[in-house]
Design a protein around this ligand. Sequence first.
Ligand code: PA5
Length: 428
Amino acid sequence: MKFIYKEIARLSNESIQQTINSLQDYITILNDIAKANTYEDLECSMNLPFDTELLKIVQGLASKKITDKLKYVILIGIGGSNLGTKAIYDALYGFYDLLQPTRFPKIIFLDTQDEEVLAKTKILIERLSDKEEILVNAISKSGGTTETAANLEVIYAALTKKFGDVKDRIVFTTDVGSKMYQIATKKGIDVLNLPKLVGGRFSVFSAVGLFPLACIGFNLENLLRGAQNMRSLCLRSASEDNPAAISAAILYLHSVSGININDNFIFLPQLESLGKWYRQLMGESIGKENKGITPTVSIGSTDLHSVGQLYLGGPKDKISTFIYGEHPKYEVIVPENTEFDLVDTIPQKQIHTIMYAIVEGTLSAYTKQELPYLVVALDKISEESLGEFMQFKMMEMMYLGHLMEVTTFDQPQVELYKVETKRILNTK
Ligand code: PA5
């Protein structure tokens, strides 16, 4: 992964360096937490990729649940309990599910409340012939989220109606001691935990993300290797090249000068869910105490044809992070003898070359409009590069929260809607 910011961030090197210097004490603290390698600090999620015991537990349980017949993993969870897994799954598989209808196992994500989705999932269950074709992973850190509880009940009822006892096809992932944990223990349902101090949006490298991915045969080692390598870079001192600290410093400096929107402009459509994962990470980590930067997600080149005008010609209230892949996985070429001759510069060009020209054209337009931006160039989309990117962004958020002087790891106002919902449901 390359992270580029010089000149294009439109800030002086001195001001960036000064801000990074102010992070040095915190960098030292993070290094101590990494050295301790425990789960006793709020930033402990950065130790997850090194947890070999966790990997063994997750892979052990997954190997018991994976069968030759497994076709669907139903992941029931919302927010931090599903966004990270969905980001990774969509990047490598989910985005192509329509094009690869016979590739199994697939993950079906149930998060919000939607009766049509549930009705259709019930029909899908009804059509299965063996309970080994399905596995349910219900994930809730708190163990008491309304949407997750309702989806779980509906799916469990449909499965028992069809197959009788299906407890061996259910796995719960939750905090030790939660209501969900207690019920799983009582009913003999397999249960995985995550460390108490690892919040949902920082939990992708815990059992929350690792177990469902293991169940579809995903290469966890590569994902975690990417995260491990990136952690080392993001623990570098203020005087070295620390991508997370630099990125946080730039976002912070722009935010104090009133640029409070961070648009993640992703020129890889299969990474849209990754953008949404980041949206939660930034939204919940620093959107509090009347502070915050609003994260948005745009997809290139699609959104150039929808919001490109606004971005290039509207208010200068955004700092953009452009994300693209440097190397194509496949070689697809426009034929030499084109049939329709609509655009004369494309014959014999690789699709990647065309996309790259669009990326370069967009960056050049942003430069001409004097708009600040950053560039994250992924080598290509792979388990490893996703691990790198996610670790980079989680550590960026720790530094950014520190600079903004907010409590990065809580989300007190999310509780407001949860409590209200439960109160209203009580009266129905
Ligand atoms: O980041 C968070 O804490 C939230 O978005 C939660 O992940 C979300 O509300 C789901 O909570 P739970 O995992 O407890 O069901």
